[in-house]
Each structure stands twice: as structure tokens, then as C-alpha cells.
Write a protein that binds this ligand. Structure first.
Ligand SMILES: [Zn+2]
Length: 259
């Protein structure tokens, strides 16, 4: 008997382009992934709705996902937004506010630096329903900052988003998904919801300051993606998680992940 959903995948994208590397997904793959969501009758909700669900104030009767994009790359406007708009899927884009209008310049950036949207484009998309959250000011690894620097990255980026877009920006994603207990408690002083890169579906028991997400680079194969949407993807997800754990153990750190 179908009941209310107990898990809610929050999808992670970065660039929708043909650039090399794990932070780019080709436009035709992105479009096909989105069309599979529509064809499977899966609902897409905003992060505001995810926050209500985690708090027990909303429930969903059928498979539901949320969609996020880190880094605010320019290709969001041309390659992702038209697909999202056509399918009426809400999405949140996490913006490193001091790099808006520039190009990626952080550790782990592609050699061929991809451009970020400018404030005019971000403002226009916000007026058309796209939600924008903070991804710090400078795309810093927050675990390497002292208290004052950490506070500045968290507070100034939210203030700038809210001043420019004239709407609340209560959601956050730490660059590289990197945080520790001190960082997470600082994040929660400034934001009501934060998403990381722990590979899992969100649950009501998940910490609202470090919700897991599903890296969509692992689901470029549409058969695998269909199985995931049908709720048959548990074994594959476990394999990906284990492979990632091995890589992190080998490298001794997660900085190599280019988020
Ligand atoms: Zn990022």
C-alpha cells in the first residue's frame, strides 16, 4: 500500500555543458534526466518545501525530488533553465556571490574556466521563479577559515543575495561540501537549511544543516536513473558510496572532489 514518502532525493548539478570533468553534464543528458522525472510521475519540490517536510510540516504521497545547482555557471541560464521552465520544475542555484559575473577561479576549477552568470541574469531568473542560495562569497573551503573569516563568508553572501534579489535567501551549500562541526554550527547561525555532498537520499531524520544529496554525474546512464526514480537504485547507490569512500581514504581528503 503506498504511503507518505520516507526519503527525498536532493539532486546535485554544477555545469550543464560539454566541458570535461565530473562537474559538467551534457545538455542532452540533463534534458533526458529531467524528462525521465516527468515520465515517471515523480514530483519536484523547492527547498522551502523540503525544509517543511524535514520539520514534519508537509508530507508527500509519491516519489518526490528537489533539484540544486552549485556555482551559478552561465550555462544554467541557456541549457538548464529552459528545460526546468518547460517541465515546471522548481530549482535552487547556489551562488558564490563575490565571483558573480566572473569565471571559476577556485581550487579544483576546470582548466578552461567556465563563466558564472552575472547579477542581471540572476535577477531575471529569480523573477521567473528560480531560487538562489548562498555558496559563500569566494567559494572558500570553510574548514580552513578562522571565526571572523568564516562569519564573513556566511553573512556577507546572504546579505548580498537578499539585497540584490529583494527576497529571502535562507539556504546554503558549502563549497566542496566541506564542513566540520564548527562550520556546521556557524552555518546554522546564518541559514535555516544547508546541503552537503554526502551521497544519500534525505530523510526526516537527516540534519537540516547537512542534508545529503545525489550527485547526478553518477546517473548519466538513463537506465540507472530510471531504476533510481522507481526506488530500485539502492544497490547501485551503495556501490557508488563505497567507491567514493575508497577514493577519499586513498587521497586522505575530499578536496580532490571538485565541487
Ligand atoms: Zn562549488
Amino acid at each position: 500500500m503506498p504511503g507518505a514518502v520516507e526519503t527525498l532525493p536532493i539532486l546535485t548539478y554544477h555545469s550543464i555543458s560539454n566541458e570535461p570533468g565530473p562537474t559538467s553534464i551534457a545538455p542532452e543528458i540533463f534534458r533526458a534526466q529531467m524528462e525521465e522525472i516527468a515520465a515517471a510521475g515523480v514530483d519536484v519540490v523547492s527547498l522551502d518545501e523540503v525544509a517543511c517536510w524535514v520539520a514534519g510540516q508537509a508530507s508527500f504521497e509519491r516519489r518526490t525530488v528537489a533539484i540544486t545547482f552549485d556555482d551559478a555557471f552561465s550555462d544554467f541560464a541557456g541549457a538548464a533553465f529552459p528545460v526546468l521552465e518547460r517541465l515546471k520544475f522548481p530549482a535552487t542555484v547556489f551562488v558564490p556571490t563575490a565571483i558573480v559575473g566572473g569565471a571559476e577561479n577556485w581550487i579544483g576549477a576546470n582548466d578552461n574556466a567556465r563563466k558564472l552568470m552575472d547579477w542581471e541574469e540572476i535577477g531575471a531568473l529569480a523573477r521567473r521563479g528560480v531560487a538562489f542560495g548562498s555558496h559563500t562569497k569566494s567559494h572558500a573551503d570553510l574548514t580552513g577559515l578562522d571565526g571572523a573569516e568564516l562569519d564573513e563568508e556566511l553573512s556577507a553572501s546572504r546579505k548580498e543575495l537578499e539585497a540584490r534579489l529583494a527576497r529571502p535567501a535562507p539556504h546554503f551549500a558549502p563549497p566542496y561540501g566541506r564542513s566540520n562541526e564548527a562550520v556546521r554550527s556557524a552555518i546554522m547561525r546564518h541559514y535555516s537549511l544547508s546541503v552537503g555532498v554526502r551521497l544519500d537520499e534525505a530523510r526526516r531524520s537527516s540534519p537540516i544543516g547537512d542534508l545529503p544529496r545525489i550527485e547526478m554525474f553518477y546517473y548519466r546512464d538513463l537506465g540507472q536513473w530510471r531504476a533510481f526514480l522507481d526506488g530500485r537504485g539502492g544497490a547501485y547507490l551503495q556501490i557508488r558510496r563505497a567507491a567514493r569512500g575508497v577514493r577519499e581514504t586513498l587521497s586522505g581528503m575530499t578536496r580532490q572532489r571538485h565541487y
